[in-house]
Design a protein around this ligand. Structure first.
Ligand SMILES: C[S@@+](CC[C@H](N)C(=O)[O-])C[C@H]1O[C@@H](n2cnc3c(N)ncnc32)[C@H](O)[C@@H]1O
Length: 325
């Protein structure tokens, strides 16, 4: 068994996504259903063991995604047992969450990222949104909280799909869906109002192809919100790490904000602008009991927090916004 994506197809049959169902089904068959993960049985069991209740009137506008019983209290749910059950889905990287009495303090304060981005983007009211590299879907709920009609997350990492379904199983049908695919597997929808791509570009070997993929999902006039690691410098500055960057093996491409703006314009976007640049702090990304591996503090030079362990500029992230003509 594994998590069924049938609810996504039922919920979107009458939307513009209906035309794309056959190609999404084919991609899911190849990259999801035919490729079960070794821990599927363990995770299926842990998911089924979670409390079964349906919450109503959930307010998604809280920085901590809050899934609480109406009186706010932990009711008769054994809190220690519930905490142990949720720990089965470690590492919890993106959050924070409140889950039936348990606070899940994740590696990342994703709410801080959202607070930096949200003031600069178009009003999400009624918009159809695609979030590439959504992780466990934390931001999908922020998007619904900001009024989005539909928020579709794309992420191939299986454990994050399970974390998303820990939340979904408590909720009535809603506009958030997570498809366990890579962006390369998606059709050119040319229909989404906003495409988010947060923290993914540096993982891609071919950044211009990736930017063109992102463009292909948007309707004309639609908005791209792109957040990625950058380095200080001018429009000629791009760092390609020789090997690891901040101990990550899969980092290929770190432009300066000005170089990234150029790339977006060259790819055909208009109204390109950098709206935020932020040096990541060890308070925003740190180990917690929900993510016990090394985190940012261990990825930096112990003698100089301005540098990574490899001697590159320490992580800073830029958010750029652009419009598809
Ligand atoms: C650094 S995390 C960023 C998560 C979240 N967007 C955020 O900003 O906090 C990168 C995510 O991108 C996903 N990812 C990597 N390559 C991808 C691809 N080609 N298509 C979609 N998601 C991808 C990974 O599984 C991971 O969850």
């Amino acid at each position: 068994m594994t998590i069924s994506l049938d609810p996504f197809f039922a919920a979107t049959a009458d939307s513009f996504l209906g035309d794309f169902h056959p190609s999404i089904q084919t991609a899911l068959q190849t990259h999801y259903y035919d490729k079960t993960h070794g821990r599927t049985a363990e995770w299926d069991q842990a998911l089924a063991a979670l409390p079964q209740t349906t919450l109503s009137n959930v307010d998604f506008s809280q920085p901590r995604v809050t899934l609480a019983l109406p009186d706010g209290g932990p009711s008769n749910i054994d809190q220690q047992q519930l905490q142990n059950q949720l720990m089965a889905f470690k590492p919890w990287r993106k959050g924070p969450w409140h889950y039936l009495g348990i606070d899940i303090d994740t590696e990342w304060r994703s709410d801080w990222k959202w607070q930096r981005i949200q003031p600069h983007i178009s009003n999400l009211q009624g918009r159809n949104i695609l979030d590439i590299g959504t992780g466990n879907g934390y931001f999908l709920y922020q998007m619904l909280g900001a009024g989005a009609n539909m928020a579709i997350g794309i992420d191939p990492t299986r454990i994050f799909l399970y974390q998303f379904h820990c939340a979904q199983r408590l909720l009535p049908p809603n506009g958030a869906h997570l498809l366990p695919l890579r962006s390369e597997h998606l059709p050119a929808f040319a229909a989404f109002d906003t495409v988010f791509c947060l923290g993914v570009l540096y993982h891609r070997r071919s950044p211009i192809d990736h930017i063109q993929e992102l463009m292909s999902y948007l309707r004309p006039g639609g908005e791209l919100v792109l957040e990625t690691l950058v380095v200080p410098g001018d429009e000629y500055t791009i760092l390609v790490p020789e090997d690891r960057y901040a101990k990550m093996a899969n980092v290929w491409f770190l432009p300066s904000p000005a170089a990234l703006e150029n790339l977006l314009r060259r790819a055909g976007f208009k109204d390109v602008r950098t709206v935020d640049v932020n040096k990541t702090s060890i308070n925003e990304q740190q180990a917690t009991k929900w993510m016990t591996f090394h985190s940012l503090e261990q990825f930096l030079d112990p003698n100089d927090p301005e540098l990574t362990a490899e001697g590159y500029p320490a992580p800073r992230r830029a958010t750029l916004i652009a419009t598809k003509p």
